[in-house]
Structures are given as structure tokens and as C-alpha cells.
Design a protein around this ligand. Structure first.
Ligand code: IDP
Ligand code: MG
Length: 136
């Protein structure tokens, strides 16, 4: 059964730097998501390393953590029925060159590393990532 879920979305430094914050939020709202919490933060590299720990063995891990901590990002909790998979759909493929028309990464992404948005890939990771940014 479909149920309302929460997922974690990030507007990454390349998009914040290009002033795409409001446009990308509107994209989510028009796609039926509620943005229930949001904050703009700048991570330290050590925080980015924790956030992306799942990728620590990948060759791009260091660059990825440098990049995520290179400038302000916007963290958002998105709410919708099947939010985790619905968000992955509207984001599009990791590589903007391979993303479908009408997706955020196709429209705004610059490259596989500067791909404008992050979205949790499972309910379990969504809960972890929401806690990472919004634990009170
Ligand atoms: P996702 O963001 O679509 O879930 P993941 O495989 O979880 O993709 O990778 C996390 C992030 O790491 C990507 O969004 C992208 O910024 C970066 N990344 C993934 N693959 C590569 C690569 O091959 N080269 C450089 N950066 C990559
Ligand atoms: Mg991922």
C-alpha cells in the first residue's frame, strides 16, 4: 500500500551558487511534494564524509566530500505518497547527460558530480539522512 513518506533532499552547491534554490523548490512543489522543513547550511568536510560514508571506498569519495562542503546547500524534508521513489524519479539519473527530459538533473545538472540535487535512496537512508540534518 502506498503511504505518505518523508525523504531527504539536498540542493547541492552548484545549484545554490547559480541561484536555483527557489526554482528547484518550486519544481518539487509542482511535483506534489510538501517541503515540511528546510535549512541552508554549509557543511565541514568531516560532516560531508559522514553523510557520504556509504561511498567511502569509491574513487570519487574525496572529491565528492570536497564538493559537498564547498559552499552552502539547502537541506529539505520532502513529504508525499512514496516520497523516496517519487523524489528519485523527479531528480533523474545521477549523470545529467543520461537523465530523462523533465527531470531536475536534466534541466539543471552540469555533470555527474555537479548534479544539483541529492535524494535518499531508501526509506532507511531517508530516516538516517533526515536525522543527520534535522535531529533536534
Ligand atoms: P545519486 O546521487 O544519484 O544517489 P550515488 O551513486 O549515490 O548517486 O552517488 C552520490 C553522488 O556522488 C552523486 O550524486 C554524484 O554527485 C557523485 N558521483 C556518483 N558517481 C560519480 C562518478 O562516477 N564520478 C564523480 N562523481 C560521482
Ligand atoms: Mg545515492
Amino acid at each position: 500500500m502506498s503511504k505518505v513518506e518523508q525523504t531527504l533532499s539536498l540542493i547541492k552547491p552548484d545549484a545554490v551558487e547559480r541561484n536555483l534554490e527557489e526554482e528547484i523548490k518550486q519544481f518539487f512543489i509542482k511535483s506534489g511534494f510538501k517541503i515540511t522543513k528546510q535549512k541552508k547550511v554549509k557543511l565541514e568536510k568531516k560532516d560531508a564524509e559522514i553523510f557520504y560514508k556509504v561511498h567511502e571506498t569509491k574513487p570519487f569519495y574525496n572529491d565528492l566530500c570536497e564538493y559537498l562542503s564547498s559552499g552552502p546547500i539547502v537541506a529539505m524534508i520532502l513529504e508525499k505518497v512514496d516520497a523516496v521513489s517519487e523524489n528519485r524519479k523527479v531528480m533523474g539519473a545521477t549523470d545529467p547527460n543520461k537523465a530523462d527530459e523533465g527531470t531536475i538533473r536534466k534541466k539543471y545538472g552540469l555533470s555527474i558530480d555537479k548534479n544539483s540535487v541529492h535524494g535518499s535512496d531508501s526509506i532507511e537512508n531517508a530516516n538516517k539522512e533526515i536525522n543527520f540534518f534535522f535531529k533536534t
